[in-house]
Ligand binder design. Structure first.
Ligand SMILES: [Fe+2]
Ligand SMILES: [Fe+2]
Length: 455
């Protein structure tokens, strides 16, 4: 039976002595009673195993080797099952080296001590054994803590991942909606630019399609020069609106040849560049385009207006628009057999004077190709016919306007049954003075780029 006098002195330091001799157990109890141990004793291996099953875990178990029925090594080996974490010590006689070896190999004993023992040595060993036990216990506690924290961390990580995924999904959805809205806004913005540009063309019919032609030439040049999207948008918007400042010019002046203007009129005319910039200046998105509008009449040699900038002081876009603007205006004035060749010669002559010599060939290359198909003066071979005579696949060679100047079809449009029907209806309610001009050699392109707004 376990010793009934076992009483806990401290919360830690539970030690079990197992020996078949009552005197030895008594001596051991005496030895340990003054220290910080709670002493348990058992008279055999069997009793000790029972005690271990019923009591809380022992920190240290010290067993005699030579006992009847069950040896100390056998007991310690069995104790591993019921008290796996206890530190085991075997007491053996001097000559019992085999028992010591078995104790280590089979019973996982931590130490073995000789009998008769030295009191001081036994006490010291017991203290060290408790230190070792406590270390193992702490290690076990910390390992469990780390595992628990790892689990928590894993759980947090999963929660965080889910949260991030949810937020990413929300952001993606919001982003898509925002992009859609942006795209719609931008489309409206482009339509507004086109509408402004059309307003000016409605006032000055001799310059119909002028801005659109320049915008298309500029778009192609910008592509050749590999400009980025923002620069292209700015250049095209400025091309559409470059003469918007002319809206304030009196009709008479607007229809007078530039060379025929008197000094006062010329001063007034020259203001259109600055007025154009002012008109669009309040719109953030057109701020950069406004600069190009201001400077589209500067000359490379510094003799232009309004600021007499020269060479690279003139923004690149303005230098490009200046060339395209000249080409389109001159083509409307030329009566030569080959107006395009003639205009290109004039531009080349001005390279280094009015125009940037490095940009002249780049713009002319595009302009030649563009105007080869889209003569603004209507000198290409064409027929004027009544709406009743229109047929599908005919190509409109001039812009088609209603009697009050509404643009019904852009030059280059290939007629479909639907737009023939619309034209006939318009000609009944708002008849134009002339018929519809049709190119004699029908083009197969669905619509020339003239009618495209800036992208
Ligand atoms: Fe101008
Ligand atoms: Fe112009």
């Amino acid at each position: 039976m376990p010793d009934a006098d076992n009483q806990e002195k401290r919360t830690g330091g539970r030690i079990l002595f197992v020996d078949d001799e009552v005197n030895i157990l008594r001596a051991l109890r005496r030895l340990f009673m003054d220290d910080e141990f709670t002493v348990f004793t058992a008279g055999s291996g069997k009793e000790a195993l029972q005690l271990l099953e019923n009591e809380e875990e022992m920190g240290v178990i010290v067993s005699d080797q030579r006992m009847p029925e069950m040896s100390g090594v056998d007991f310690l080996e069995k104790s591993k099952k019921v008290a796996p974490h206890s530190v085991r010590i075997l007491l053996t006689g001097y000559a019992d080296i085999n028992a010591a070896t078995d104790a280590i190999n089979r019973a996982s004993a931590w130490r073995y001590l000789h009998k008769p023992w030295d009191d001081e040595e036994l006490l010291q060993t017991a203290l060290e054994a408790f230190k070792f036990y406590n270390l193992l216990k702490e290690n076990k506690r910390l390992t469990a803590l780390v595992l628990k924290q790892n689990e928590e961390l894993k759980s947090w990580t999963n929660e965080l991942e889910t949260l991030v995924q949810q937020q990413t999904l929300e952001l993606t959805t919001n982003n898509a909606a925002l992009q859609k809205l942006n795209s719609k806004l931008f489309q409206n913005f482009k339509k507004t630019i086109l509408a402004f540009s059309s307003l000016l063309e409605m006032r000055d019919q001799s310059m119909r399609s002028h801005s659109r032609n320049i915008a298309e030439v500029m778009r192609r040049v910008a592509a050749d020069l590999q400009m980025d999207k923002k620069e292209v948008d700015t250049l095209v918007a400025a091309s559409f609106l470059h003469d918007i400042g002319k809206i304030g010019i009196p009709d008479l002046m607007l229809h007078t040849e530039e060379s025929q203007l008197n000094q006062h009129e010329r001063q007034e005319y020259n203001k259109h560049a600055v007025r154009g910039q002012t008109a669009v200046g309040g719109i953030d998105e057109l701020h950069e385009a406004g600069k190009l509008i201001r400077h589209h009449h500067e000359r490379y040699d510094g003799l232009g207006f309004p600021d007499r900038l020269k060479k690279n002081e003139i923004p690149l876009g303005a230098r490009l628009i200046a060339i395209a603007d000249f080409v389109d205006r001159e083509l409307r004035r030329q009566c030569a057999d080959s107006p395009l060749d003639k205009v290109c010669q004039l531009v080349e002559k001005e390279a280094g004077a009015a125009f940037d010599p490095r940009l002249v060939p780049k713009v002319l290359k595009v302009a030649r190709k563009f105007y080869h198909q889209n003569q603004p003066s209507g000198k290409a071979s064409e027929l004027e016919i009544n709406p009743q005579d229109l047929a599908i696949n005919m190509v409109v060679s001039r812009d088609v306007l209603s009697g009050t100047g509404v643009l019904l079809l852009s030059k280059g449009t290939v007629l479909s049954s639907k737009n023939i029907e619309v034209l006939k209806r318009y000609y009944q309610v708002d008849p134009a003075k002339n018929g519809i001009f049709i190119a004699q050699a029908a083009s197969t392109s669905a619509q020339t780029p003239l009618s495209r707004p800036p992208e």
